[in-house]
Ligand binder design. Structure first.
Ligand code: SAM
Length: 189
């Protein structure tokens, strides 16, 4: 049965399908198993472009192989570096940016996003967004350090000028066991 509100992963998917169009330039700041990267590559098509970052070489290589299998590798640039360094690699504006924070499911739980580098990255990513561009960031609060990271992300996003950004929080308020929190940022200038 079709449901709209299950969890942030599904909500992100829905927003992607609705928002990301053929020819768009997108950025996946946390490639991991590559699900979002693959989805974005399909949506932007041959005339678009996707940048993807991950500090784990294995995540980048696995995603590269999956893209090749689907014939989608031409328009995807995968970078084995931290998303706090996007300014070294991206010199153009972006239509869509996604972050899925925390650790790689099924991977090393000690390798996870960190508040300082996440904020550094957000500060570099937001100015790259085109007018009406969208940034989605999912924060996991259940693991060690996750709540602190979500709080710091929220403080930063709350500080954005409302004349320049619409900032929304998606929170599943009746779910138990620390459900993730999703934030959406739309650039309005
Ligand atoms: N969206 C991914 C998917 O569909 O499989 C899952 C992402 S997982 C929750 C978080 C990923 O962020 C991990 O693969 C981890 O290696 C990566 N990561 C941690 N710190 C990072 C950083 N500073 N820059 C880029 N990626 C980072």
């Amino acid at each position: 049965k079709f449901k709209h509100f299950i969890n942030p992963v599904e909500t992100v998917k829905k927003i992607m399908y609705y928002y990301v169009k053929e020819g768009y330039i997108a950025l996946d700041c946390t490639v991991g198993n590559g699900k979002d990267t693959l989805r974005l590559a399909k949506l932007v098509g041959k005339n678009g472009k996707v940048y993807g970052f991950d500090i784990q070489g294995e995540a980048i290589n696995n995603t590269k192989n999956k893209l090749k299998e689907l014939g989608l590798e031409q328009n995807v640039i995968l970078i084995n570096d931290g998303h706090e360094n996007i300014n070294k690699y991206i010199h153009e504006n972006l239509d869509f940016i996604v972050y899925n924070l925390g650790y790689l499911p099924g991977g090393d739980k000690n390798i996870k996003t960190q508040p300082t580098t996440t904020i550094k990255s957000l500060k570099k990513a937001l100015p790259l967004l085109n007018n009406n561009g969208l940034l989605l960031i999912t924060c996991y609060v259940g693991h060690d350090g996750g709540k602190e990271e979500q709080e710091i992300v929220e403080i930063f996003l709350k500080s954005l000028d409302q004349k320049m950004y619409n900032v929304l929080q998606f929170k599943f308020i009746n779910q138990r066991n620390n459900p993730p929190i999703l934030y959406g940022v739309e650039k309005t200038y």
